[in-house]
Design a binder for this molecule. Structure first.
Ligand code: F6P
Length: 346
């Protein structure tokens, strides 16, 4: 135990995700056992820019394990977009007396962490995203909960689709990668799964639907990730507004696809967009355990002074990896897995 950290900050940034509270609880519990005081920075990097922090102790993290969201709040703030914000963040780091920080986030939040580490700030990362698209870790917490919510929705859609002899298109989250679509689609018995990694071939989807009908089925379930495109670079967007990290709001692919399917096959089609329901509510047991293991291990990396490292799940072990490597390139859907899913199309 060498890092001599007395005051540790923790923040959660980017889209919220079930499992964040188990991480916060685990960090406070493990740090307190070492006599380290913890400052909870509110609303991601915004809290450091605005010096908005609260002291966290055993009582403040009691009873939060099963709760979704994050008790610290979150935002998509990129302090590197504005030199004034960055200067204020650095000044507040000193004023809050932070010796080190645990940053819990996805590619954007951890991308900021990478740059701060290059400027010698003492930061350890914890990966989170329901999209499961961060490299260097087999899974991120939040993903399992999202998949289970989507799977349950697909189960429910089956009975109404079957009763009405309809095609149901289900749009799930997944901006750059189709992990939720593939896992929920496989678990829910989808008849076709569309992901951002492969351009949509509407004729192929319709052929699969027709094939089912020819063998007597009168309904089909098609799962589509929100980031799936008809041709490369053509994602459907809700509006053109960009967030601090340059992302647009996605949405609309389900409706566009549903219309085409109905037009081409003549089968009545309905569209369900699951949206933020996939990010809300209580984390699954898997995500609570993973969040807890990540939180404990993150404090252990702080104790060892392993700055610039991120906790990660490899196989069944929690191991340190470089935050920089984890954020360099996104983890896309494994095509071997997709090929297994494809066996069940049609
Ligand atoms: O990154 C996680 C995610 O849920 C994506 O799947 C989705 O595109 C995005 O966040 C939605 O973000 P917001 O909460 O800003 O609508």
């Amino acid at each position: 135990m060498t890092s001599q950290v007395e005051r540790l900050g923790i923040l959660t940034g980017g889209g919220d995700c079930p499992g964040l509270n188990p991480v916060i609880r685990a960090v406070v519990r493990r740090a307190s056992a070492e006599g380290i005081s913890v400052q909870g920075i509110r609303n991601g990097w915004k809290g450091l820019v605005e010096k908005d922090a609260i002291s966290l102790d055993l009582n403040s993290v009691s009873g939060i394990l099963h709760k979704g969201g994050t008790v610290l709040g979150t935002s998509r703030t990129n302090p590197y977009k504005d030199p004034k914000q960055l200067a204020s963040l650095k000044a507040n780091w000193t004023q809050l007396g932070l010796d080190a920080l645990i940053a819990v986030g996805g590619e954007d939040t951890l991308g900021v962490a990478t740059r701060l580490v290059q400027e010698k700030f003492k930061i350890v990362g914890v990966p989170k995203t329901i999209d499961n698209d961060l490299s260097e870790t087999d899974y991120t917490f939040g993903f399992d909960t999202a998949v289970n919510i989507a799977m349950e929705s697909i189960d429910r859609l089956h009975t109404t689709a079957e009763s009405h002899h309809r095609i149901m298109v289900v749009e799930v989250m997944g901006r750059h990668a189709g992990w939720i679509a593939v896992h929920a689609g496989m678990a829910g018995g989808a008849d076709f799964i569309l992901v951002p990694e492969i351009p949509i071939d509407v004729e192929e989807v319709c052929a699969a639907i027709r094939k089912r009908h020819e063998r007597g089925k009168t309904f089909s379930i098609i799962v589509v990730a929100e980031g799936a495109e008809f041709s490369k670079g053509q994602t459907l967007q809700k509006d053109r507004k960009l967030d601090a990290f340059g992302h647009v709001r996605l949405g609309g692919i389900g409706d566009a696809l549903g219309e085409l399917i109905e037009e081409k096959t003549g089968f009545e089609t309905r569209v369900t967009v699951l949206g933020h329901v996939q990010r809300g509510g209580s984390p699954t047991a898997f995500d609570r355990v993973l969040g807890t293991r990540f939180g404990v291990k993150a404090v252990e990396l702080v104790l060892k002074g392993e700055w610039g490292k991120m906790v990660s799940l490899k196989g069944n072990a929690i191991v340190p990896v470089s935050i920089e490597a984890a954020t360099k390139k996104l983890k896309k859907v494994d095509m071997e897995l997709y090929e297994i899913a494809r066996i069940f199309f049609g």
